[in-house]
Design a protein around this ligand. Structure first.
Ligand code: SAM
Length: 277
């Protein structure tokens, strides 16, 4: 392994004071970073997309694990530090300067499968997650997502039905993928520490249920959870045919959105996909 200066030294030398507007909370604990990098299984020789490498803490762990990393970073102040890291691991690191929300990830990765790992900037994390989980095409180009979120968001992603955390994000994350809360991370692990606790979520694609358009599933969950305290016969009025479909499926229309299982949402979307999709 190449000898690298401590991350704190890199930050001081390159003047990388954490920027609040870029959602910068850095991780320095190498053991923690190695544990995150190990979550998807062996990365040796594998292609990895990392969003927001910052000074390169997680990037180092990925390179140590033998990954071929493409990293998208918006803060150009970090580029010299990342270039040094690239020199220490020749041909293993490619850094792209830009906004990960505006870059086509599959194209960037040359159409090859890739794992995504990221200590996401909180302000863009959910938007990227929704994008990775969205789209009609499935399986996705990524083989797994290993992502740091605020703990409250992580809990909404993995939530089972029946509680207040269960909503659109849970349905999106679980109807054709497996999402688990892999690791809780204390706020004190970050520099500077954020106000809230964090957690790493690990997502792997599963088979997509047949005959369901994600557009229709999203329409239904938006309507149902948009008025989550109302009965479905009221909240789903905005989706033509949905109340009749509930009855056809034997789902009691006096139930509320958060009591419906993912399978029930999928069945409802299947009923309405096609003629009204
Ligand atoms: N990966 C580093 C770590 O774990 O210590 C830094 C994590 S920090 C929470 C988030 C990083 O994402 C910052 O370096 C920030 O500049 C970068 N970033 C913020 N918005 C971005 C965007 N839209 N596209 C790419 N990078 C972004």
């Amino acid at each position: 392994m190449p000898e690298l200066p401590p991350l704190r030294e890199i930050i001081a030398r390159h003047g990388l004071s954490a920027s609040k507007s870029l959602g910068q909370n850095f991780l320095f604990d190498e053991q923690l970073l190695d544990r995150i990098a190990a979550l998807p299984g062996s990365l040796d020789g594998k292609a990895v997309l990392e969003v927001g490498p910052g000074p390169g803490g997680l990037t180092r762990a990925l390179l140590r694990a033998g990954a071929h990393v493409t990293a998208i970073e918006m803060d150009r102040r970090c580029l010299p530090a990342l270039a040094e890291l690239g020199e220490a691991y020749p041909a293993q690191l490619r850094v792209i300067e830009g906004d990960a929300l505006k870059i086509g990830h599959a194209e960037l990765m040359g159409g090859e499968p890739f794992a995504v790992l990221s200590n996401l900037p909180y302000n863009v994390g959910t938007a990227l997650f929704v994008r990775w989980l969205g789209g009609e095409a499935w399986p996705p180009p990524w083989t797994s997502l290993t992502l740091m979120f605020q703990q409250e968001v992580a809990q909404r992603i993995v939530a089972p039905p029946g509680g207040s955390a269960y909503g659109r994000l849970a349905v999106l994350a679980q109807w054709r993928a497996k999402a688990k809360l892999a690791m809780k991370v204390h706020r004190s692990a970050f520099t500077p520490p954020p106000k809230v606790m964090s957690a790493v979520v690990h997502v792997t694609p599963e088979q997509m249920p047949e005959g369901v358009s994600i557009g229709m599933l999203e329409r239904i969950t938006e309507a149902a959870f948009g008025q989550r305290r109302k009965m479905l016969r009221q909240s789903l009025k905005a989706v033509p045919g949905a109340v009749e479909a509930l009855e056809g499926l034997g789902i009691d229309p006096t139930r509320r959105a958060e009591t419906l299982s993912i399978e029930e949402f999928v069945s409802l979307a299947r009923c309405l996909t096609g003629d009204r999709g």
